[in-house]
Design a binder for this molecule. Sequence first.
Ligand code: GDP
Ligand code: CA
Length: 331
Amino acid sequence: MVVGSKINSVMVLAGGVGAARFLRGLALVHDQRATTALVNTGDDTVLHGLNISPDIDTVIYTLSEAIDPQRGWGLSNETWRAMESLKRYVDVRPTGSIAAPEWFNLGDQDLATHFYRTARKSEGADASQITSEIARAWKVAQRIVPMTNNVVATFVELAQDCQAGKAGEQISFQEYFVKYQHSVAVRAIYFQGAETAKPNCIDELSRAEVIVIAPSNPIVSIGPIRALTGIDEVLVANRERVVAISPIIGGHALKGPADRMLTELGHESSALGIARLYKSIASTLIIDSVDADLKDAIEREGLRCIVTNTVMSDLKVAGQLAQTTLDSVVR
Ligand code: GDP
Ligand code: CA
């Protein structure tokens, strides 16, 4: 345990990049073995017959400093020979076949992770076990846990006729995010399988001394976790110990579709919009300094509001943000 820190267990509800950066900062100021990240798996997909868990891998690669910092996903010093070799098969692929998909890039080194996950799954290992093995292989000391061991799949409903399909049709999250580069308007989100899936770590969540909602996409990263039966109830019951960090800064997402998605689904794309989404489950919202003028409005929503630098462009800021987050609950 780091000197000065009085708390034991910290649970972080996590999506991909924003959460990974936060967890890296948290590792500087809190005992890593007393930290659990409960990670979104609604983005999971199967390609080439391989099980891929983008948010889990982003978290693990970031914590082991192997992530490509420019891309924000995948491994640094990556090569793409397998993807290039796939081109050979595209012309012989029968109409309707989903073999040899080229729209989702998988690096050569990264493939090893998906090979391992898929092989262990076929041996009967569950997602928690496999994730802990992968985290151990990357020497990650924080506990990384998929939100559930069951399959939950995020789908988006198209708001209008577009290249991705007709208005009202549903496409998978990865098609939306990667294939169509989140450039198509959506009007609803579905988390298939969420009602029957059993959440992981629900007891630990209710016992955690601090619960952090990481700065992740509130709709498609935190949304799937909240959709699992019992999670919101635990958060509501422990609201005093729940602190959220706004992923929206100056009205915008740093990257990705969170801002547009909020607007398309009828929310406000601002730290105040985030406050309204989280006010029933969190007692504190940490917002960026550029949004300082929203503090009063957020407090009128019934949340404590802390204003600080939340753009984790370097490790120092991430560490400071993690400390501020812990201090906001421990008093
Ligand atoms: P993904 O799963 O990798 O797409 O990403 P996330 O679930 O982490 O969500 C992306 C959101 O995280 C966007 O709204 C970003 O603005 C936010 N985000 C990413 N990095 C940071 C950061 O350093 N600080 C804050 N406050 N938000 C961030
Ligand atoms: Ca994600």
